[in-house]
Design a protein around this ligand. Sequence first.
Ligand code: CP
Length: 307
Amino acid sequence: MSFAGRDIITTEDLTKEEILHILDVSARMEEIVTKEKISNLLADKMVAIIFLESSTRTMLSFVSAANRLSAKVISVAGAKSSSAAKGESLSDTARTVEGYVDCIVIRQPQIGGAKIVADAVDVPVINAGDGSSQHPTQALLDMYTIQKELGMLEGLTIAMVGDLKFGRTVHSLSYALSHFNPTYLYCSPKELSMPEKIVSDMEDRGIDFQISNNMEDALQADIIYMTRIQRERFEDPAEYEKLKGSYVLTKDLLKKAKKEILILHPLPRVDEIAPEVDELPNAAYFRQAHNGVYLRMALLALVLDRA
Ligand code: CP
């Protein structure tokens, strides 16, 4: 199986074997970090890390991943500091940057924008989030975390709670985990329900799922995957004010949950998980964020043909 030169734009087109291979390589990358800290695997490579939307985890874990593999990094942090602010198109930016690097990692707000970048260049492109559409590297690190925490991926019930409409992480996770015989509990306010296309694709893939707006239904899952109601996705601030705080996971609520329910969140959180939950051994969201480095090391090594 080769990922050399391949773009990672969506989880829709990844096979089960490809996902398992990425997770295997991620485990090898974790060993490298544990034993050697730094490897020379990508010492002759240069990576552009372009973030035209805000980020802490995805951007810094990509920079960390590249540095752990000794790749050189050039970066843009924030739309205002690139010529996107002067009206340059995504494809012109991409065609320019292609001449500087061996791989492009990009986050930007336009749905389908990462594909536009990938179509414009010959170097591999990794989608670090395209608006409210997809966040494939997050879904893969979520799966790496589930495998590490629970020792398995098959046959799990996972509740996805919060903003399922604009939540790119739950879109990507729905597709990626669909190869592993899951049951999904989609729990959201009706205004923020999972897009029709994804629901219909899950039906076509034969996935068992339930739709609810009651968080207590979600507590019966093996995994509860909380998400933030995203202020930045609302055109009408009043609509955000109405929906924010719809679901808050507390220790009290968790008394009704399945024992040892795994608690995940792509982060950042605002108020949807009470800080008191952080001390529980099954609150895995900061470990989840740390796993992003191994997963992103794996993807860089794979697309640059060094895995
Ligand atoms: N999970 C995630 O994408 O976080 P950032 O927005 O901080 O990158």
